[in-house]
Design a protein around this ligand. Structure first.
Ligand SMILES: Nc1ncnc2c1ncn2[C@@H]1O[C@H](COP(=O)(O)OP(=O)(O)OP(=O)(O)O)[C@@H](O)[C@H]1O
Ligand SMILES: [Mg+2]
Length: 294
């Protein structure tokens, strides 16, 4: 079944290229659209947004149509990392000012972004009804891209858990410290509970050296195996690198402004994670996310 849908996908995708995005009936006949990779962490500040913004430009450089959805609603900052100042965000989509497509802005390497918005309490704490509305509004975008990267806020918010239940592929970002690893484990455990088919990759970011990354990974793997009987794939580790701080100041992903830096080289390896190629759901991602809310 899965192989059949994979096999059919390129043909369907080339068809959808010629569809007007607003043709709802045709959208319904398309079984699925973009591949979707969710980027999440237990602890805050582990580097999800840095990683997601760089992955977006690196995958766009490969010729993919990439949409970054900043689902850190109310505290969004991916636009800053891409040097963008979007006029509209989730708030405007929810209050009906614009449709989701009209809130999308274009950034470096042709990456598209929709921002979760900044500062509004209602966005940071959406009701189930609002989330459902948002998922419904985002659904048509699935058919316009090859790859959607979802940057989440830290922790196990209702919206993150709905995404975990819906997605086929999760990139779990942690640091090597025990607190970050412990929170990553909590998120991993919850992800396993809500979605047994999930492919999970782990990135250890901002590590002082390879040894600390390896130790962090071994600790996580051992605990996961012991208590859950399974563990994520190790996708890679990214060193703590001042080039990242400089790139944030410049509001330009480090992969673009310092592509030869240690962090950029490590992130390039993450961008080659094989699961990104196969990150498809058997049916519409946002339909699945909506169902997960019920
Ligand atoms: N590999 C790295 N080397 C040095 N600094 C880094 C690295 N990765 C991230 N940082 C720094 O860590 C800070 C937090 O990164 P980022 O905003 O990506 O974290 P986050 O997980 O998205 O945070 P939040 O949970 O608040 O969304 C940034 O200021 C960034 O400059
Ligand atoms: Mg972030």
């Amino acid at each position: 079944m899965l192989n059949t849908t994979r096999f059919d996908f390129p043909r369907l995708r080339s068809l959808t290229r010629f569809l007007k995005p607003s043709e709802p009936d045709l959208d319904k006949t398309t079984p699925h659209g973009a591949r979707v990779v969710c980027v999440a962490s237990g602890k805050g500040g582990t580097g999800k947004s840095i990683l997601t913004s760089n992955l977006a430009v690196l995958r766009a450089q490969r010729g993919e149509r990439v949409l970054l959805i900043d689902f850190d609603a109310g505290l969004a900052n991916a636009h800053l990392l891409l040097g963008l100042a979007p006029r509209f965000d989730f708030g405007h989509v929810l209050d009906g000012t614009v449709r989701a497509r009209e809130a999308v802005v274009e950034g470096p390497q042709g990456v598209h972004l929709i921002s979760g918005g900044v500062g509004r309490h209602a966005l940071a704490n959406p009701t189930r009804r609002e989330l459902e509305q948002l998922f419904e509004a985002l659904r048509p975008l699935e058919f316009e891209y090859d790859l959607i990267l979802v940057d989440h806020g830290a922790g196990l918010s209702y919206s993150t858990v709905a995404h975990l239940a819906a997605t086929s592929t999760l990139l779990l970002v942690t640091n090597h410290e025990v607190t970050a690893l412990s929170d990553a484990y909590a998120l991993y455990k919850r992800a396993q509970m809500v979605n047994q088919h999930l492919r999970v990759g782990m990135v250890l970011n901002r590590c002082p050296d390879e040894r600390s990354a390896a130790m962090g990974w071994e600790r996580f793997k051992k605990t996961s195996l012991q208590f859950l009987g399974t563990h994520p794939e190790l996708v890679g580790w990214v060193p703590a690198d001042e080039a990242v701080g400089r790139s944030v100041q410049l509001r330009k992903p480090v992969s673009l402004c310092e592509p030869g830096s240690a962090a950029a080289l490590a992130i390039t390896k993450v961008a080659g994670w094989s699961a990104i190629e196969t990150a498809r759901t058997p049916s519409s991602f946002y339909e699945r996310a909506k169902k997960a809310l019920r």
